[in-house]
Design a protein around this ligand. Structure first.
Ligand code: DLZ
Length: 167
């Protein structure tokens, strides 16, 4: 299913964990900031709506999406961060630059997940046009920031379940 068929702000919220003691970092790319600020709003508001405390949410800014990987790792390595949400928008351009960035960030964030053993969420839009980006940043297709935050919450819930099996 493509994100054109799914509203990014509509989720199944059954069985969500208590996140009132969880600590989050949201990393925001400055490229296409008209869109990434809306992604940030979505992610922040979703965390608050489902129980995170404002003082448990930190924000980090990076110049572009390429830098999301390293900044995510810096935050994820901290003992007092439980999950990281990386937000960016890479719009298809006249060159292949966007392909290199997209692949590097997707692979980089996967590596950070595995290296730190924490949820590091790939909240990066990769649309063909600015219009498509805006449609997914609080427009007709919902907000990728909402979806990224909900993914972080669900992964923390699953981790809690799996960790209980280790006790
Ligand atoms: C260079 C570049 C280009 C062409 N496009 C984007 C984009 O659409 N979205 C984005 O987040 N960043 C872009 N960047 C910047 C790179 O991510 C990175 O910041 C620079 O290559 C560092 O010099």
């Amino acid at each position: 299913m493509s994100s054109a068929d799914k509203n990014l702000s509509v989720f199944n919220t059954e069985g969500l964990p208590d996140i009132s003691l969880k600590r989050f970092a949201i990393i925001v790319a400055e490229w296409n900031s008209a869109v990434t600020e809306k992604l940030f709003e979505g992610a922040y508001n979703t965390l608050i709506q489902y129980g995170a405390l404002p003082e448990h949410i930190e924000r980090g800014n990076v110049p572009g999406s390429f830098e999301l990987t390293l900044a995510s790792q810096w935050f994820a390595q901290r003992h007092n961060i439980d999950a990281v949400i990386a937000l960016g928008v890479v719009i298809q351009g006249d060159t292949k630059h966007n392909d290199y960035i997209n692949h590097a960030v997707a692979q980089g964030i996967t590596n950070v997940n595995l290296k730190t053993d924490k949820p590091v969420i790939f909240g990066v839009l990769t649309p063909n046009t600015m219009e498509q980006a805006l449609e997914r940043a609080g427009g007709i297709h919902g907000n990728k920031g909402d979806e990224a935050a909900m993914t972080a919450i669900k992964m923390l819930g699953l981790y809690g379940q799996v960790a209980q099996g280790y006790l």
